[in-house]
Design a protein around this ligand. Sequence first.
Ligand SMILES: [Zn+2]
Length: 352
Amino acid sequence: MRSISGTILRLTAAALLCGSFAGSVAAQEGTPAKQLFGGIKLPSKADAEPLGFYAKGCMSGAVALPTDGPTWQAMRLSRNRRWGNPEMIALLERFSGDAARLGWGSGILIGDISQPRGGPMINGHSSHQIGLDADIWFTPKPTQPLSVQQRESYPFTSMLDKSKFLTVDSNRWTSTHAKLVMQAASYPQVDRVFVNPAIKKKLCETWTGNRDLLGKVRPIYGHDEHFHIRISCPPGSTTCQKQAAVPKGDDCSSKGFAWWFTKEPWAPPPKPDPNKKPVKPRQVMLSDLPKACAAVLAAPSRSEDDATFGGSAVAYTAQPAASASARTVEAIVNDPPPASDDMPIPTPRPLQ
Ligand SMILES: [Zn+2]
Protein backbone atom coordinates (compact mmCIF):
# COMPACT_ATOMS: atom_id res chain seq x y z
CA MET A 1 0.00 0.00 0.00
CA ARG A 2 2.73 2.33 1.07
CA SER A 3 4.70 1.70 -2.10
CA ILE A 4 1.66 2.34 -4.33
CA SER A 5 0.89 5.66 -2.68
CA GLY A 6 4.59 6.46 -2.88
CA THR A 7 4.48 5.74 -6.62
CA ILE A 8 1.39 7.92 -7.03
CA LEU A 9 3.12 10.70 -5.13
CA ARG A 10 6.18 10.42 -7.32
CA LEU A 11 4.04 10.37 -10.48
CA THR A 12 2.07 13.39 -9.31
CA ALA A 13 5.29 15.22 -8.52
CA ALA A 14 6.66 14.31 -11.94
CA ALA A 15 3.45 15.48 -13.65
CA LEU A 16 3.61 18.75 -11.71
CA LEU A 17 7.25 19.25 -12.64
CA CYS A 18 6.53 18.50 -16.30
CA GLY A 19 3.52 20.79 -16.18
CA SER A 20 5.51 23.63 -14.68
CA PHE A 21 8.38 23.05 -17.10
CA ALA A 22 6.02 23.14 -20.10
CA GLY A 23 4.39 26.18 -18.52
CA SER A 24 7.69 28.00 -18.15
CA VAL A 25 8.67 27.30 -21.76
CA ALA A 26 5.28 28.58 -22.94
CA ALA A 27 5.66 31.60 -20.66
CA GLN A 28 9.08 32.35 -22.17
CA GLU A 29 7.67 32.22 -25.67
CA GLY A 30 4.91 34.68 -24.93
CA THR A 31 6.69 36.88 -22.39
CA PRO A 32 8.60 40.01 -23.41
CA ALA A 33 12.34 39.66 -22.85
CA LYS A 34 12.35 42.57 -20.38
CA GLN A 35 10.12 40.59 -18.04
CA LEU A 36 12.24 37.45 -18.31
CA PHE A 37 15.49 39.31 -17.61
CA GLY A 38 13.91 41.71 -15.11
CA GLY A 39 12.70 38.81 -12.97
CA ILE A 40 16.11 37.22 -12.35
CA LYS A 41 17.90 38.12 -9.12
CA LEU A 42 21.32 36.51 -9.60
CA PRO A 43 23.93 36.20 -12.38
CA SER A 44 24.70 33.00 -14.27
CA LYS A 45 27.57 30.82 -13.15
CA ALA A 46 29.74 31.07 -16.26
CA ASP A 47 32.62 33.00 -17.80
CA ALA A 48 31.96 36.72 -18.16
CA GLU A 49 30.77 37.39 -21.71
CA PRO A 50 28.90 40.30 -23.22
CA LEU A 51 26.50 38.76 -25.75
CA GLY A 52 25.26 41.01 -28.54
CA PHE A 53 24.98 44.79 -28.63
CA TYR A 54 24.66 47.44 -25.91
CA ALA A 55 20.97 47.88 -26.74
CA LYS A 56 20.20 44.30 -27.80
CA GLY A 57 21.82 41.55 -25.83
CA CYS A 58 22.48 39.99 -22.44
CA MET A 59 25.49 38.84 -20.42
CA SER A 60 26.78 35.77 -18.71
CA GLY A 61 29.01 35.63 -15.64
CA ALA A 62 28.30 39.15 -14.39
CA VAL A 63 29.91 40.43 -11.21
CA ALA A 64 28.41 42.92 -8.76
CA LEU A 65 29.86 46.26 -7.83
CA PRO A 66 30.14 46.16 -4.00
CA THR A 67 27.42 48.44 -2.57
CA ASP A 68 30.09 50.52 -0.78
CA GLY A 69 33.72 51.27 -1.37
CA PRO A 70 36.21 53.83 -0.10
CA THR A 71 35.36 56.21 -2.97
CA TRP A 72 31.94 55.08 -4.20
CA GLN A 73 28.43 54.15 -3.19
CA ALA A 74 25.97 52.26 -5.38
CA MET A 75 22.57 53.96 -5.47
CA ARG A 76 18.95 52.69 -5.65
CA LEU A 77 19.99 49.23 -4.51
CA SER A 78 16.42 47.92 -4.81
CA ARG A 79 16.72 48.10 -8.60
CA ASN A 80 19.36 45.32 -8.48
CA ARG A 81 21.26 46.83 -11.39
CA ARG A 82 24.81 46.96 -10.07
CA TRP A 83 25.90 43.99 -12.20
CA GLY A 84 28.41 44.23 -15.00
CA ASN A 85 31.29 42.80 -16.91
CA PRO A 86 34.38 42.63 -14.60
CA GLU A 87 36.14 45.16 -16.91
CA MET A 88 33.33 47.67 -16.27
CA ILE A 89 33.33 47.18 -12.51
CA ALA A 90 37.14 47.47 -12.34
CA LEU A 91 37.00 50.68 -14.35
CA LEU A 92 34.30 52.16 -12.10
CA GLU A 93 36.37 51.46 -9.00
CA ARG A 94 39.43 53.05 -10.59
CA PHE A 95 37.41 56.04 -11.81
CA SER A 96 35.94 56.57 -8.33
CA GLY A 97 39.44 56.96 -6.86
CA ASP A 98 40.50 59.31 -9.66
CA ALA A 99 37.30 61.35 -9.12
CA ALA A 100 38.01 61.78 -5.42
CA ARG A 101 41.55 62.92 -6.27
CA LEU A 102 40.10 65.51 -8.67
CA GLY A 103 38.17 67.00 -5.77
CA TRP A 104 34.81 65.38 -6.62
CA GLY A 105 33.61 65.07 -3.00
CA SER A 106 34.65 61.81 -1.40
CA GLY A 107 34.06 59.92 -4.66
CA ILE A 108 31.17 58.99 -6.95
CA LEU A 109 27.57 57.84 -6.69
CA ILE A 110 26.93 55.05 -9.15
CA GLY A 111 23.49 54.48 -10.68
CA ASP A 112 22.36 51.67 -12.93
CA ILE A 113 24.85 49.33 -14.56
CA SER A 114 22.97 46.18 -15.71
CA GLN A 115 20.62 43.50 -14.45
CA PRO A 116 22.21 40.27 -13.14
CA ARG A 117 22.00 38.67 -16.61
CA GLY A 118 21.77 41.92 -18.54
CA GLY A 119 19.04 42.04 -21.15
CA PRO A 120 16.25 44.56 -21.71
CA MET A 121 14.79 46.30 -18.65
CA ILE A 122 11.21 46.92 -17.59
CA ASN A 123 11.95 50.62 -17.20
CA GLY A 124 14.65 53.17 -17.66
CA HIS A 125 17.08 52.32 -20.45
CA SER A 126 17.33 51.00 -23.95
CA SER A 127 21.02 50.12 -23.56
CA HIS A 128 22.81 48.79 -20.41
CA GLN A 129 22.07 45.26 -21.69
CA ILE A 130 25.54 43.65 -21.85
CA GLY A 131 27.26 44.95 -18.70
CA LEU A 132 29.39 47.59 -20.44
CA ASP A 133 27.32 50.72 -19.60
CA ALA A 134 27.10 52.58 -16.28
CA ASP A 135 25.45 55.77 -15.02
CA ILE A 136 27.30 58.17 -12.73
CA TRP A 137 25.46 60.86 -10.80
CA PHE A 138 26.30 64.54 -11.23
CA THR A 139 26.29 64.62 -7.41
CA PRO A 140 29.44 63.73 -5.48
CA LYS A 141 29.41 61.07 -2.80
CA PRO A 142 28.82 62.87 0.52
CA THR A 143 31.42 62.45 3.27
CA GLN A 144 28.76 60.96 5.52
CA PRO A 145 27.80 57.65 3.89
CA LEU A 146 24.21 57.34 2.68
CA SER A 147 22.10 54.61 4.27
CA VAL A 148 20.34 52.03 2.11
CA GLN A 149 17.06 53.95 2.57
CA GLN A 150 18.67 57.33 1.75
CA ARG A 151 20.02 55.83 -1.46
CA GLU A 152 16.46 55.06 -2.55
CA SER A 153 15.22 58.63 -2.18
CA TYR A 154 18.30 60.82 -2.54
CA PRO A 155 17.31 63.47 -5.11
CA PHE A 156 18.94 64.00 -8.49
CA THR A 157 20.27 67.46 -9.37
CA SER A 158 19.96 68.65 -12.94
CA MET A 159 22.86 70.57 -14.43
CA LEU A 160 20.49 72.53 -16.68
CA ASP A 161 18.88 75.91 -16.22
CA LYS A 162 15.35 74.79 -17.06
CA SER A 163 14.20 78.39 -17.60
CA LYS A 164 16.33 78.51 -20.77
CA PHE A 165 16.60 76.38 -23.90
CA LEU A 166 19.25 73.70 -23.54
CA THR A 167 21.59 75.66 -21.28
CA VAL A 168 23.83 74.54 -18.42
CA ASP A 169 23.09 76.20 -15.08
CA SER A 170 26.23 78.21 -14.35
CA ASN A 171 25.40 78.21 -10.63
CA ARG A 172 25.70 74.45 -10.53
CA TRP A 173 28.21 73.49 -13.21
CA THR A 174 31.84 73.88 -12.09
CA SER A 175 35.25 73.16 -13.57
CA THR A 176 35.30 70.01 -11.41
CA HIS A 177 32.21 68.72 -13.24
CA ALA A 178 34.09 69.26 -16.51
CA LYS A 179 37.19 67.50 -15.18
CA LEU A 180 35.07 64.57 -13.99
CA VAL A 181 33.46 63.97 -17.39
CA MET A 182 36.76 64.37 -19.21
CA GLN A 183 38.49 62.04 -16.75
CA ALA A 184 35.90 59.40 -17.67
CA ALA A 185 36.58 60.01 -21.38
CA SER A 186 40.34 59.71 -20.86
CA TYR A 187 40.50 55.94 -20.22
CA PRO A 188 41.43 54.01 -23.37
CA GLN A 189 38.75 51.39 -22.70
CA VAL A 190 36.01 54.04 -22.59
CA ASP A 191 34.28 54.17 -25.97
CA ARG A 192 31.72 56.91 -25.28
CA VAL A 193 30.52 59.19 -22.49
CA PHE A 194 26.89 60.28 -22.98
CA VAL A 195 25.81 63.70 -21.70
CA ASN A 196 23.03 66.17 -22.40
CA PRO A 197 23.79 68.30 -25.52
CA ALA A 198 23.97 71.43 -23.31
CA ILE A 199 26.75 69.81 -21.29
CA LYS A 200 28.71 68.84 -24.40
CA LYS A 201 28.31 72.44 -25.63
CA LYS A 202 29.64 73.79 -22.33
CA LEU A 203 32.65 71.48 -22.60
CA CYS A 204 33.19 72.51 -26.24
CA GLU A 205 33.29 76.14 -25.10
CA THR A 206 35.50 75.70 -22.06
CA TRP A 207 37.68 72.58 -22.18
CA THR A 208 41.35 73.44 -22.54
CA GLY A 209 42.75 69.92 -22.09
CA ASN A 210 42.99 67.27 -24.83
CA ARG A 211 40.26 68.36 -27.28
CA ASP A 212 40.31 65.03 -29.12
CA LEU A 213 38.79 63.38 -26.04
CA LEU A 214 35.70 65.55 -26.58
CA GLY A 215 34.86 63.36 -29.58
CA LYS A 216 34.02 60.55 -27.15
CA VAL A 217 31.57 62.84 -25.31
CA ARG A 218 28.29 62.19 -27.14
CA PRO A 219 25.11 64.30 -26.94
CA ILE A 220 21.91 62.47 -26.00
CA TYR A 221 18.48 63.17 -24.50
CA GLY A 222 18.29 63.35 -20.69
CA HIS A 223 21.67 62.82 -19.03
CA ASP A 224 21.60 66.18 -17.25
CA GLU A 225 21.42 64.62 -13.75
CA HIS A 226 23.84 61.83 -14.51
CA PHE A 227 26.25 60.89 -17.27
CA HIS A 228 26.76 57.50 -18.85
CA ILE A 229 30.03 55.67 -19.39
CA ARG A 230 30.21 53.04 -22.14
CA ILE A 231 33.27 50.86 -22.50
CA SER A 232 34.37 49.03 -25.65
CA CYS A 233 33.94 45.31 -26.13
CA PRO A 234 36.60 43.60 -23.97
CA PRO A 235 39.68 42.59 -26.00
CA GLY A 236 39.30 39.14 -27.54
CA SER A 237 35.52 38.94 -27.06
CA THR A 238 33.94 37.24 -30.05
CA THR A 239 30.35 37.57 -28.84
CA CYS A 240 30.26 41.32 -28.21
CA GLN A 241 29.14 43.53 -31.09
CA LYS A 242 31.27 46.66 -31.50
CA GLN A 243 29.78 50.10 -32.02
CA ALA A 244 30.98 52.29 -34.92
CA ALA A 245 33.87 54.59 -34.00
CA VAL A 246 33.09 58.11 -32.80
CA PRO A 247 33.93 61.01 -35.14
CA LYS A 248 37.54 62.23 -35.12
CA GLY A 249 38.41 65.46 -33.28
CA ASP A 250 36.19 67.26 -30.76
CA ASP A 251 33.00 67.00 -32.87
CA CYS A 252 31.95 70.42 -31.59
CA SER A 253 31.17 72.02 -34.95
CA SER A 254 29.58 69.14 -36.85
CA LYS A 255 26.11 69.30 -38.42
CA GLY A 256 25.06 66.37 -36.24
CA PHE A 257 25.89 68.28 -33.07
CA ALA A 258 24.26 71.50 -34.32
CA TRP A 259 21.03 69.51 -34.96
CA TRP A 260 20.48 69.19 -31.21
CA PHE A 261 20.12 72.97 -30.98
CA THR A 262 17.35 73.10 -33.58
CA LYS A 263 13.66 72.63 -32.82
CA GLU A 264 13.44 69.25 -34.50
CA PRO A 265 14.76 66.99 -31.71
CA TRP A 266 12.41 68.63 -29.19
CA ALA A 267 9.23 68.78 -31.27
CA PRO A 268 6.35 66.72 -29.89
CA PRO A 269 5.69 63.52 -31.84
CA PRO A 270 3.05 63.91 -34.57
CA LYS A 271 -0.54 63.35 -33.39
CA PRO A 272 -1.85 59.90 -34.33
CA ASP A 273 -4.31 59.79 -37.23
CA PRO A 274 -7.77 59.22 -35.65
CA ASN A 275 -8.89 57.27 -38.75
CA LYS A 276 -6.12 54.72 -38.39
CA LYS A 277 -6.02 51.89 -35.89
CA PRO A 278 -3.17 52.62 -33.43
CA VAL A 279 -0.21 50.31 -33.97
CA LYS A 280 0.88 48.64 -30.77
CA PRO A 281 4.68 48.87 -30.40
CA ARG A 282 6.21 45.44 -30.77
CA GLN A 283 7.82 44.07 -27.63
CA VAL A 284 11.38 42.72 -27.75
CA MET A 285 11.18 38.95 -27.30
CA LEU A 286 13.88 36.47 -26.30
CA SER A 287 14.04 35.35 -29.95
CA ASP A 288 15.10 38.89 -30.95
CA LEU A 289 18.26 38.63 -28.80
CA PRO A 290 21.39 36.58 -29.59
CA LYS A 291 20.64 32.83 -29.39
CA ALA A 292 23.02 32.40 -26.44
CA CYS A 293 20.72 34.58 -24.28
CA ALA A 294 18.23 31.71 -23.87
CA ALA A 295 21.03 29.62 -22.34
CA VAL A 296 22.02 32.56 -20.12
CA LEU A 297 18.47 32.72 -18.75
CA ALA A 298 18.40 28.98 -18.07
CA ALA A 299 21.92 28.73 -16.56
CA PRO A 300 22.45 28.01 -12.84
CA SER A 301 23.03 30.99 -10.55
CA ARG A 302 26.05 32.17 -8.70
CA SER A 303 25.46 33.60 -5.19
CA GLU A 304 25.73 37.35 -4.64
CA ASP A 305 28.63 36.95 -2.21
CA ASP A 306 30.52 34.76 -4.66
CA ALA A 307 29.83 37.10 -7.58
CA THR A 308 30.72 40.35 -5.83
CA PHE A 309 33.76 41.95 -7.44
CA GLY A 310 36.81 41.80 -5.19
CA GLY A 311 35.22 39.41 -2.70
CA SER A 312 32.27 39.40 -0.33
CA ALA A 313 29.24 41.68 -0.81
CA VAL A 314 30.13 43.42 2.44
CA ALA A 315 33.91 43.38 1.95
CA TYR A 316 34.20 47.08 2.68
CA THR A 317 33.13 47.50 6.28
CA ALA A 318 34.84 50.70 7.39
CA GLN A 319 31.62 52.70 6.93
CA PRO A 320 28.39 52.22 8.85
CA ALA A 321 26.33 52.23 5.66
CA ALA A 322 28.16 49.18 4.35
CA SER A 323 25.58 46.90 5.90
CA ALA A 324 23.52 46.59 2.73
CA SER A 325 23.22 42.85 3.07
CA ALA A 326 21.36 40.82 0.49
CA ARG A 327 18.52 40.49 2.99
CA THR A 328 18.10 44.26 3.40
CA VAL A 329 18.07 44.69 -0.35
CA GLU A 330 15.54 41.87 -0.67
CA ALA A 331 13.25 43.70 1.77
CA ILE A 332 13.13 46.85 -0.33
CA VAL A 333 12.63 44.94 -3.55
CA ASN A 334 9.06 44.44 -2.35
CA ASP A 335 8.51 48.16 -2.47
CA PRO A 336 10.17 49.19 -5.72
CA PRO A 337 10.70 52.85 -6.59
CA PRO A 338 8.57 54.43 -9.31
CA ALA A 339 9.59 53.91 -12.92
CA SER A 340 12.60 55.88 -14.07
CA ASP A 341 12.00 59.49 -14.87
CA ASP A 342 14.11 59.26 -18.00
CA MET A 343 12.94 61.70 -20.65
CA PRO A 344 10.62 60.38 -23.31
CA ILE A 345 12.51 60.09 -26.56
CA PRO A 346 10.92 62.07 -29.39
CA THR A 347 11.41 61.08 -33.02
CA PRO A 348 13.29 61.44 -35.23
CA ARG A 349 16.50 60.84 -33.38
CA PRO A 350 20.02 60.44 -34.66
CA LEU A 351 21.81 57.12 -34.43
CA GLN A 352 24.15 56.86 -31.49
ZN1 LIG B 1 22.71 55.17 -18.82
